[in-house]
Design a protein around this ligand. Structure first.
Ligand code: AHR
Length: 385
């Protein structure tokens, strides 16, 4: 029991800066290794079976990782949002391949299935397991203060990817992700330019299929796009949560089609919702996209999304880049070498795509110059995910 207590409850560390932190973590690992060996010996001698320090004591029902904490591997706990979209699959794959055993990492991955309570629990378990780093893609922005204070007290650097987190900046080491408000603004400014080019000056009726309520992707895209709704006097008929899934997109679109006779634009806050919306429009006999009556706007620009853009089903697609993991690895290497990230916040690069050249470039009201890339086979080939 004494050994067990020592492993599970080490003295709390408030170790920053990172050089001190890592010296201490190495000592902590040496202590854990010695005590684990002693415990294994003692348990074997008694004929009992036990769990290794990084084993199923994680409490994360779908955590997948090697169960042993190896001294020469950097241990990382990643609390992923879920598996709701193609974008999410690409993000997971990027983290798995970057933080692989071959690259020197022991990744403990938890798919939180879009449940905020599960995600908080996963992070708390990582703190208990004393992983070297915690990566979080926050399902929602709020509710993080307590668990991040626990991580800080344990001396574990927290890296946030993709979505934002609303906490004091001292509670996380770095954030790498997208400017969701800028994505929404680009979509709004593109629509304004497109309607002008098409000489559509009468009333514009818009429905939005939003992403998971409270996620920064939903909050930012809504805020950015709705600025243009207001500024241009467009008529936003409805805005409901499709949870970033194909099924959600289809159901919401079906209900919009029952409620509204005259829809000019469907804004889908990710590609999977757009696929669902397209299925619903097709089933209702509506025309959409390049040569149709209804303009479809989407976000993510995954390979499957861009295929739809090339075919002309989606008019414009605004990229959300899921490949944050390599940026995180750079940060981890810097910290490991005793340094710290150059910037606490890093925005990933993102582009904008269209099915034709009706609008090839435009300026947003915020003064940003945007070029639309028309999707062809070459673009599709280059888009791996
Ligand atoms: O947070 C990024 C968003 O979440 C992506 O747009 C979406 O596909 C994902 O589910």
């Amino acid at each position: 029991p004494f050994f067990f207590l020592m492993i599970r409850r080490p003295p709390r560390s408030t170790l920053f800066p990172y050089t001190t932190l890592f010296r201490s973590m190495r000592m902590k690992k040496a202590l854990v290794a010695t005590l684990t060996a002693a415990m294994v010996f003692s348990l074997t001698a008694c004929g009992s079976s036990g769990e290794s320090a990084g084993g199923s004591s994680s409490g994360s029902k779908d955590a997948s990782s090697s169960s042993s904490k190896s001294d020469d591997l950097i241990s990382i706990g990643f609390a992923q949002v879920g598996h709701e979209s193609d974008w999410r699959t690409a993000s997971t794959e990027s983290c798995r391949s970057t933080f692989s055993k071959e690259n020197g990492y022991n990744l403990s991955f938890v798919d939180c299935d879009n449940k905020s309570a599960d995600q908080l629990e996963a992070v708390r378990n990582f703190v208990e397991q004393e992983v070297d780093y915690i990566i979080i893609d926050p399902i929602v922005e709020t509710g993080w203060d307590t668990v991040l204070k626990e991580a800080k007290d344990a001396g574990i650097p927290v890296l946030v990817i993709d979505r934002n987190i609303k906490v004091d900046e001292s509670l996380y080491t770095a954030w790498v992700g997208s400017d969701f408000t800028a994505e929404g603004e680009s979509a709004g400014a593109w629509l304004k330019a497109y309607l002008e080019a098409k000489k559509k000056t009468d009333k514009v009726n818009i429905v939005t299929i939003a992403g998971t309520n409270g996620s920064s992707a939903q909050i930012g895209r809504t805020k950015g796009f709705n600025k243009y709704v207001k500024a241009n006097g467009w008529n936003l008929l409805d805005e409901q949560d499709g949870d970033f899934t194909q099924d959600g997109g289809q159901k919401i679109m079906e209900s919009y089609l029952k409620s509204y006779k005259d829809i000019d634009v469907v804004v889908c806050q990710n590609d999977n919702e757009a696929f669902g919306a397209i299925d619903a429009l097709k089933a209702a006999g509506k025309t959409y996209g390049k040569d149709g009556d209804i303009i479809i706007i989407s976000f993510d620009a995954t390979n499957a999304g861009l295929k739809n853009v090339k075919e002309g089903s989606i008019n414009a697609d605004f990229e959300c880049n899921p490949l944050a993991a390599p940026y995180l690895e750079d940060i981890i290497k810097k910290i490991k070498d005793g340094g710290k990230p150059d910037n606490q916040k890093v925005y990933v690069d993102e582009a904008c795509f269209a099915c034709d050249d009706t609008v090839s470039s435009f300026k947003t009201d915020e003064g940003k110059e945007i070029t639309m890339t028309v999707v062809d086979d070459k673009v599709l080939k280059e888009r791996a995910y």
